[in-house]
Ligand binder design. Structure first.
Ligand SMILES: Nc1ncnc2c1ncn2[C@@H]1O[C@H](COP(=O)(O)OP(=O)(O)OP(=O)(O)O)[C@@H](O)[C@H]1O
Length: 372
């Protein structure tokens, strides 16, 4: 054998469970989605998160086949389900759907509701019965098989809707605001339950939410949509610690955003607040900036720092919440596990390594400590 022969490449690429490419949707003159690109791996859960009207439902409906995109394509498990020439009908995409209002049929029993997608495929009765029993057991509601959905609580109805969505082992589970009709305590517990069920069955899921807490609790990846554009696609931790743009930081309430002018001495914040910064921008950038001080980077110091005016401390049970006006101008709020030691004045310190900055065009700026 030739010792110099090249080893064949073993880095075959893994086919994503969902691949969305240059996807756009225009309603009349209104662009609801603008060139969206992302891939989701098998077994991952994706949250589509953003303010009302940003395009979350439109994107979910394009994936489901309930809406036709204006441009771009979608692949599920490597199969094109829609592109410029072809669009597979929803039934052919092998998806499971869960809706905000459960969408259970009141004239059918729970078992008949769950069996419905199997009947549509022409599955034999005995096999259907077996699969319905499995799905009911997965959601822990075997005892409700013969009940009418009308007689169940909201949480039970949503579990039944979930059982119906997974009974045919879909390639992708799609959920539109699945928890928003439930009260807060139930939302938290059902979020954990749905996540562990998806993981246990190794399903891939996409869900729409406008609730950051829910997105962070359930998802492996979060797509932030704003005005039809995908602003960032990352894990919750990465999003929160390193938001891609000031608007993502603002939407996630990731910390204090300061708009100002970066000078050689520091940051001249709008409204006459000047902050000495022991940093300069790599590349020597000076001028308009937006600076993010993540909440976790801020701490209270009784002696020196930026003074906090009109400070108020609230004990919330789990922590102390401190609020006030930084430098007398910028409203801020932070948490502390211990009651901050305050005498007459409170000062804030920040951890420089955590700061993020963007230039006038919202391009990230690297901050470096002086003399680096
Ligand atoms: N069938 C339609 N015809 C015209 N415009 C539409 C249609 N469906 C959605 N839109 C518009 O597209 C934009 C995105 O709507 P979409 O429902 O996707 O937003 P969303 O992020 O899901 O909002 P919400 O959280 O309020 O449900 C909105 O401006 C909406 O008015």
């Amino acid at each position: 054998m030739n010792a110099c022969a090249q080893t064949p490449s073993i880095t075959a690429s893994i086919t994503p469970a969902l691949h969305v490419e240059h996807l756009s949707k225009v309603f009349n003159d209104m662009t609801a989605l603008s060139s969206i690109d992302f891939s989701l791996q098998k077994g991952e859960i994706l949250a589509l998160l953003g303010p009302s009207g940003c395009g979350k439902t439109t994107l979910l409906r394009c994936i489901a086949g309930l809406l036709e995109p204006s441009a771009g394509r979608i692949l599920i498990d490597g199969d094109v389900v829609v592109d410029e020439r072809f669009s597979a009908v929803p039934e052919k995409r092998r998806l499971g759907m869960v809706f905000q209002d459960y969408a259970l049929w009141p004239h059918m029993t729970v078992a008949e509701n769950i069996a419905f997608p199997l009947s549509m495929r022409g599955m034999a009765k005995s096999e259907r019965r077996e699969k319905v029993a499995w799905a009911l057991q997965v959601v822990g509601l075997e005892h409700l098989a013969d009940r009418s959905p009308d007689t169940l609580s909201g949480g039970q109805q949503q579990r039944i809707a979930l059982a119906r969505a997974i009974v045919a082992k879909p390639r992708l589970l799609l959920m539109d605001e699945p928890l928003s009709n439930l009260d807060q305590g139930l939302r938290d517990s059902l979020a954990i339950e749905i996540r562990s069920l998806i993981k246990q069955l190794n399903l891939t899921a996409v869900f729409v939410t406008h609730d950051q807490h829910e997105a962070f609790a359930m998802a492996d990846q979060v797509a932030i949509l704003q005005q039809g554009r995908l602003q960032q696609f990352d894990s919750a931790e990465v999003l929160y610690r390193t938001p891609a743009t000031p608007s993502v930081a603002e939407f996630l309430d990731a910390g204090v955003l300061l708009k100002g002018t970066l000078t050689e001495q520091g940051l001249d914040v709008e409204k006459d607040l000047f902050m000495n910064l022991p940093f300069h921008a790599s590349g020597g950038y000076l001028g308009e900036v937006t600076l993010l001080m993540p909440r976790a980077s801020l701490s209270v110091n009784p002696h020196s720092g930026v003074e906090l005016h009109q400070a108020a401390i609230i004990f919330t049970g789990e922590h102390y919440q401190l609020s006030g006006l930084m430098g007398g101008q910028i409203p801020i709020r932070l948490q502390s596990s211990q009651r901050p030691e305050v005498s007459q004045s409170i000062y804030l310190n920040y951890e420089g390594a955590w700061l993020h900055a963007w230039d006038a065009d919202e391009k990230p700026i690297t901050l470096m400590r002086h003399a680096e």
